[in-house]
Write a protein that binds this ligand. Sequence first.
Ligand code: SF4
Length: 49
Amino acid sequence: MRWRDQFELCFDAERAEKMHHGAIREGEDHCSMCGPNFCAMKITKSIKK
Ligand code: SF4
């Protein structure tokens, strides 16, 4: 998860970062769109392990 790069690609990086941090705790490996139980990135990561 390259959140820093994602924020920097946003029109309003500061606001995007604030919203992200408001919804997701530091170190979580998903975002608020699909949530922790349905995050394809998280599931793929756990399968690779
Ligand atoms: S799969 Fe969904 S929850 Fe996971 S990072 Fe992508 S958009 Fe966010």
